[in-house]
Design a protein around this ligand. Structure first.
Ligand code: IVH
Length: 670
């Protein structure tokens, strides 16, 4: 090979190593050392070199993660070793019976169990040849699955190359899932795009892995917890526990919640402990999987046609309940969409009291055939509002009353329109107070301008008392007006005003998102903001110019144009600018108002501060152009340590970072 080519190959190899290293820090250890921009630059350089020199492209290059060409369909793949399912158990007695059976089979020999979480996703098998990922397959019916290699390559917690030396065929099995956060983001985007939402993260994950376009898969951010490894058809380790440890060393994410137990009592304790933790996890689980630790015993116990005898799933109680529909009300959201909600006789469901469930829309009410007074089965999954599954027809008495979907807006009496082919009915009145309240709440929401403390009750009062007619009016609120409201002490009023003030410095993507333009979700808002760099430029853009942006389509472009063509909206933008809201992209060079000491600096807050809450401190730092992150790394510029600072402070000291106290922070803030 000529020397020039050799050095290019060497650079590609080096870049690949670097990208992989930073990906692992970010995705597996949650401990980034470089910024997203620096990471993108590395990946961009690598992609450019590989495109110029396809001869150096390898199947384990991180550039393949962003998705290749759409597939025509998926090929079938026969699993070398069947992907069995698990026997289910629903109570402690079942677990004890399982233990009895295992002890009988072990015939007096001592053994251990491993208890781990049963992740609510779908199982995937990843195949490695000499340590390089060559294939990804769904479970399918357990015997034959589908080859979804391109999609599996987009999952960051599936290493493209194992980090430990491996020869021959290695197969790693695990559960692919979507975090609650990723799920909510996907559904929010689907709502914006007026596409049907996924019912739960598992359905969303299953729908995602079978997506034909890997670029869509890459954006959705599937994740995976690995739980098994095979070499050829054999389990390579003496115990399951060792297999999990090896998986971690090989670069996979193994769920940290697991326990090695010497008897079934330890397993039961783990099941109970995790049930209490369940809602705090970032992903959904539906139970615990209990496995015999010794692989020799596993082989000896064997399997039935469907499930191994050495493992069992302990399923948590279903999050379903039966209750009665007391009334049906219709809520009006910021886009005017009418959403029917069932008021229920309160019922206990997975640790919380449920008194309402969404009925989605008029068609859903028809589909369910639900009437007022009906008994219904409801289900709760994760943080999402419970939904009505079906009507218990056998409990009808004849007293139930049908519900008629309103022809007028239940809040303002305005005209309701439901265009042909759409499921959503909308109030089209321009001055509907329910829409205004929805717009305020959206503008103030975390992903938009993040005005903490501006919740439902307050927005309601602002609208009712006509203190606020659009989002720009928020910036004209006075302390005495706010302090005079119901349940508003002077301190909370001044906190709120500080939050509103701090929101002026939010960046353009958050502002564009906060405006609530139809079809413009968080992602689209960021694309628009980065492309046009100022609200003024966006306002002046033609449909063609917007449509030209990669990843933005005509529907969105027209919707944006329509929004700015509305005189009221154009005037609103002007008033936001006049009142000091940043309408230009920070770092875009134009008018980015920031402060030397804070601009671009990374802060980590830890421990309890004396006079400021964490949110206030964050708002103040961000208002000056600083960034507040939650993990301490080499990139952290300041660690603000309060009372009882724990491991973050230790880590900051170990890294020799700049640690300051609250007094010093206030000095810097002036
Ligand atoms: S072990 C033969 N471990 O549950 C062993 N499965 O109901 C079978 N699952 O198809 C798999 N978390 O999709 C195992 N920690 C875990 C799991 C897990 C979720 C899923 C998996 C399997 C299903 C069986």
């Amino acid at each position: 090979m000529p020397t020039a080519a050799k050095s290019i190959e060497a650079e590609i190899i080096k870049l690949r190593e670097e990208v992989l290293h930073h990906e692992e820090l970010y995705y597996v250890h949650d401990r980034p050392e470089i910024s997203d921009v620096e990471y993108d630059a590395l990946l961009g350089r690598l992609r450019a070199l590989e495109e110029e020199h396809p001869e150096f492209q390898t199947p384990d290059s991180p550039t393949l993660r962003v998705g290749g060409r759409p597939a025509e369909g998926f090929a079938e793949y026969v699993h070398r070793r069947a992907m069995l399912s698990l026997e289910n158990s629903y109570n402690i007695e079942d677990l004890r019976a399982f233990d009895e059976r295992c002890r009988k089979l072990a015939d007096g020999r001592p053994f251990e169990y491993v208890a781990e979480l049963k992740i609510d996703g779908l199982s995937l098998s990843s195949h490695y040849e000499n340590g390089v990922l060559v294939r990804g397959v769904t479970r399918g019916d357990g015997r034959v699955g589908e080859d979804v290699t391109q999609n599996v390559r987009t999952i960051r917690s599936v290493p493209l190359r194992l980090k430990v030396a491996e020869e021959g065929d290695t197969e790693v099995r695990g559960e692919a899932y979507l975090s609650r956060k990723a799920f909510e983001r996907i559904n929010a985007e689907r709502e914006e795009a007026e596409e049907a939402k996924f019912a739960n993260p598992r359905n969303a994950a299953a729908g995602t892995i079978r997506q034909l376009d890997p670029k869509v898969v890459a954006r959705r951010k599937l994740d995976l917890f690995a739980y098994d490894v095979l070499r050829g058809e054999r389990k390579p380790f003496a115990t399951h526990w060792e297999a999990l440890e090896w998986l971690e060393r090989a670069g996979f994410t193994v769920n940290p919640h697991r326990a090695k137990c010497t008897d079934i009592e330890g397993v039961i304790e783990f099941c109970n402990r995790m049930e209490a933790e369940r809602d705090r996890l970032e992903y959904e689980i539906d139970g615990v999987v209990v496995k015999v630790n010794s692989t020799a015993l596993q082989d000896e116990f064997g399997a039935t046609a469907k499930a191994p005898r050495w493992a069992i799933a302990y399923k948590y109680p279903a999050r379903q309940a039966t209750t009665q529909v007391e009334s049906i009300v219709v809520q009006v959201g910021r886009t005017g969409a009418l959403t029917p909600v069932a008021n229920l006789t309160p019922v206990q469901l997975a640790g919380t009291t449920v008194a309402r469930a969404t009925l989605h829309n008029e068609d859903e009410i028809k589909r369910l055939g639900v009437k007022i007074g009906d008994w219904v089965n409801i289900e709760k999954s994760g943080e999402i509002i419970p939904k009505v599954l079906n009507v218990v027809a056998s409990r009808r008495t004849g007293e139930e009353r049908p519900f008629r979907f309103p022809k007028k807006c239940p809040v303002c009496g305005g005209v309701v329109s439901r265009p042909e082919g759409e499921v959503v009915s909308r109030c089209v009145a321009a001055d509907c107070p329910a829409q205004l309240k929805g717009r305020l709440l959206h503008y103030a929401s975390r992903r938009a301008m993040r005005i903490e403390g501006l919740g439902d009750a307050l927005a309601e009062q602002f609208v009712q008392k006509k203190m606020v007619r659009d989002v720009a009016d928020l910036y004209a609120l006075k302390l005495e007006d706010v302090a005079g409201l119901e349940r508003m002490a002077e301190k909370s009023a001044s906190n709120l005003l500080a939050q509103i003030e701090a929101s002026k410095a939010r960046d353009l993507p958050q502002l564009v998102y906060g405006l609530g333009i139809r079809h413009v979700g968080e992602r689209t808002a960021a694309l628009l903001a980065r492309h046009f760099k100022s609200l003024e430029a966006l306002k002046g853009a033609t449909v063609e110019q917007i449509d030209d942006i990669h990843e933005i389509g005509l529907t969105v472009a027209e919707s944006v144009r329509d929004w700015f063509d509305d005189e009221g909206n154009a005037a609103l933008c002007e008033r936001l600018r006049e009142r000091g809201v940043r309408t230009e992209l920070a770092g875009g060079g134009v008018g980015a108002q920031s402060d030397e000491a804070f601009a671009g600096k990374q802060f980590v807050l830890t421990g309890r501060l004396e006079t400021l809450t964490r949110d206030e401190a964050r708002a103040l730092i961000e208002a000056r152009g600083g960034r507040v992150t939650s993990t301490v790394s080499k990139k952290t510029d300041y660690v603000v340590a309060g009372e009882e600072s724990g491991s973050k402070l230790d880590k900051a000291q170990a890294l020799g970072l700049n640690v300051i106290d609250e007094a010093r922070l206030k000095e810097m803030l002036g």
